[in-house]
Design a protein. Structure first.
Length: 408
């Protein structure tokens, strides 16, 4: 493994993640303009985004197996090409709820494929001493995508139209194809995926998938409806878009910082995930207060904390899952991603229904409750992984098991 190879893999994984996740984030941040152009209600927009997460949930586990079979780089290239085609279709052909939903379903399956493949590639090509930073940078690409979507509101949606934002996204997908490193093996040289076992069984992964899913109930609502909630609280459309960009930038910084710190902290990293989720729940409470009082400073503070703490831990989580299952990291990532995306199906729609029947403050309070539940389940999953690791270590080994520090 060379430094150049590792850096190339990180650049490809990061931009590939941006390219495949950009579709749904553009729909979220351009929601006001898309709803007006396609004549959609708030609930219909939530339904369309839920279709994205349904497709991602269905595709996540098979995508993990596909990546193990084809290799991370080869699978990532295919996903990036698919993302570009999908964004071009959104720009050119979307005319109704159903056409938008179909395009988002395609985008969801493509993004699930990219996520598992990128985790596999990073585990194989990044040195262990820099793995936390690498996963943090790769996962920072997702909130960075939210930042790009927020900037698209004043620069494109309010000037030349929302379709041009999707047309511009095609160029990013093309650049990702160029940056993704070449495969190291031919297909004939790839090991058979069926021979790669999940160490420790499914139980810890299913618990972690549940925690990941509970967090996604809130995160999907946050990324989909922050802009519309801010507009309803009295912000201008351009200002609300810039708020989403600011919050996304905070999440980028937190993910990178948390990943860099993970390489230096001899702790169980899933415990940090639980703590960050608890702080994120406080952010949703502040958002509820801001929506109720229509005070812009509270909306800004709530968005920053909810994005930063409540959405800044994903790099730690994916690293813990991948490193604790070195024989089949893409399979393990696919299983936990399934839980995440299954909850994403319900998150936007349930939030929209809550807003329609009650109010934004009540909906943000519900998001805070789901985030606290996610923290509880994540900590339970951490204990299961720690117990499994302890059973696998030789009985004569003294002191705290170092392996737990590495994988958590």
């Amino acid at each position: 493994m060379t430094e150049r190879s590792g850096l190339g893999g990180l650049a490809g994984a990061s931009l590939g993640t941006v390219a495949t996740s950009l579709t749904v984030f553009l729909v979220a941040t351009l929601a006001v303009q898309i709803r007006s152009g396609l004549h959609l209600s708030l609930s219909e927009l939530g339904l369309a985004v839920s279709v994205y997460y349904l497709a991602a949930a269905v595709a996540a586990a098979p995508a993990g197996r596909l990546a193990e079979s084809l290799g991370g780089a080869r699978t990532m290239r295919a996903a990036a090409i698919g993302a570009g085609l999908c964004q071009a279709l959104v720009a050119a052909l979307t005319r109704s709820l159903w056409s938008l939903a179909i395009m988002l379903a395609l985008a969801g399956a493509i993004d699930a494929t990219m996520q598992s493949a990128a985790n596999l590639l990073l585990l194989r090509r990044i040195a262990a001493r820099r793995r936390g930073l690498a996963f943090g940078v790769k996962q920072a690409a997702v909130p960075f995508t939210s930042l790009l979507g927020g900037l698209a509101v004043p620069t494109l949606a309010l000037t030349v139209g929302w379709r041009w934002a999707f047309a511009g996204a095609v160029g990013l997908a093309g650049l990702a194809v160029v940056l993704i490193p070449r495969p190291r093996t031919t297909l004939a040289q790839r090991p058979r995926a069926g021979g790669q076992r999940l160490e420790g069984g499914l139980a810890p992964l299913l618990v972690l998938a549940s925690g990941f899913g509970l967090s996604m109930l809130s995160i999907a609502a946050l990324t989909t409806f922050l802009v519309t909630s801010a507009v309803a609280a009295g912000m201008g459309e351009a200002t609300a878009g810039l708020l989403a960009a600011l919050a996304g930038g905070i999440a980028v910084a937190v993910r990178i910082g948390a990943g860099a710190g993970a390489d230096r902290m001899p702790v169980r990293h899933l415990r940090l995930v639980g703590g960050m989720l608890i702080a994120g729940a406080a952010g949703y409470l502040v958002l509820a207060a801001g929506a109720a009082t229509r005070l812009a400073p509270l909306m800004v503070a709530g968005a920053v904390v909810a994005y930063g703490a409540g959405w800044g831990w994903n790099g730690l989580f994916n690293m813990a899952v991948s490193v604790s299952h070195p024989a089949a990291p893409a399979k393990a990532s696919g299983i936990t991603l399934t839980g995440n995306r299954l909850a994403g199906i319900a998150g936007p729609y349930l939030f929209a229904v809550l807003v329609t029947r009650t109010s934004y403050p009540i909906a943000w309070l519900a998001a805070a409750g789901a985030t606290l539940a996610a923290a509880t389940v994540m900590l339970a999953g951490d204990r299961m992984l720690a117990a499994r690791q302890a059973r696998q270590l030789p009985a004569s080994e003294p002191g705290p098991p170092q392996g737990i520090q590495a994988v958590q």
